[in-house]
Design a binder for this molecule. Structure first.
Ligand SMILES: O=C(O)CCC(=O)C(=O)O
Length: 283
């Protein structure tokens, strides 16, 4: 799949592009169907909310599930990512972010690049965060909120907040956010299950709590150009992958019909997992 000229223009101007109904109900059901088993695993990659202990982020899904291993090679994700990156890309991070009904917590205002630079020594803000909505995302269940055009300011000063959220995050201060919103406004990314959302590494974003009765589950793949790979290895492999092999696409029907998929290229062992408390935050 390729982005149209208008979608490319939106991405350049606003810092994100949103396309509803890219994946069918059947494909989304396959993604959703994997989650109860993955969330039931007692391993560090399942990061839980501080208060409710519900899974907030489940990492390294492409190494834990055949459906997600195929999803990260899907041409409807990788086609647009290659078009925007203009060079070969690798998988930097995969996860599902959940906001459980009534208890999903906040993600403060941030740019993904702050974490990529500070934690991983990624040189340039060229990574892409590619989301697939597994549940409907509406105005009540904690959609991502963006400040359109904020990516054009480039990397902004941020500070590591270790207290407010379930895990440490490099966040932006309220003065900066107030000024950015005065200029760019604020929008939320809503859509039906199967929607595709792509945003760049310097787009300022966050999300508020979910006080609705509707769960909000979003799959996220972060890709990075191979020429922009990390220069330090502070974080565990499963939160920032060190394998910079180029992503190759499978067939468009690969989620439904896996016959052209050669099978797992690697697995992750529980005993190789470091604790996220020592090294981790996300994006
Ligand atoms: O899932 C969310 O609400 C926020 C996710 C996010 O900020 C990110 O992926 O960088």
């Amino acid at each position: 799949m390729k982005l149209t000229d208008k979608q490319l223009e939106n991405f350049r101007e606003s810092g994100f592009v949103m396309i509803p109904n890219v994946f069918s109900r059947e494909e989304v059901a396959l993604m959703q169907g994997e989650l109860p088993r993955l969330f039931a695993e007692n391993r560090a990659e399942n990061y839980r909310e501080k208060q409710s202990r519900e899974v907030r982020s489940a990492f390294a899904l492409h190494l834990r599930s055949d459906i997600y291993r195929r999803l990260v090679k899907h041409p409807r994700l990788i086609g647009p990512a290659l078009q925007l990156s203009n060079e070969e890309i690798y998988i930097m991070q995969t996860k599902v972010n959940v906001k459980a009904a009534f208890s999903g917590e906040v993600w403060q205002w941030h740019q993904d690049f702050s974490t990529h630079k500070e934690e991983d020594g990624v040189p340039r803000p060229d990574a892409l965060n590619i989301h697939v909505f597994i549940d409907e995302v509406n105005e009540f269940n904690g959609p991502l909120t963006f400040i359109p055009g904020s990516h054009r300011r480039g990397p902004l000063n941020s500070a590591l907040d270790t207290e407010t959220t379930s895990y440490p995050l490099w966040t932006l201060d309220q003065d900066t956010i107030t000024k950015l919103i005065a200029d760019g406004g604020i929008v939320s990314a809503k859509g039906p299950p199967g929607s595709l959302l792509i945003f760049g590494d310097t787009l300022v974003h966050g999300s508020s709590i979910n006080m609705s009765p509707w769960r909000r589950t979003i799959f996220s793949l972060i890709t990075n150009p191979i020429s922009n790979a990390q220069t330090t290895n502070k974080r565990p492999e499963w939160i920032h992958h060190q394998d910079t092999s180029p992503i190759t696409c499978l067939d468009d029907n690969c989620l439904i019909d896996p016959s052209n998929d050669e099978g797992p290229s690697h697995t992750i062992e529980t005993d190789s997992i470091q604790s996220v408390e020592t090294a981790g935050n996300s994006p």
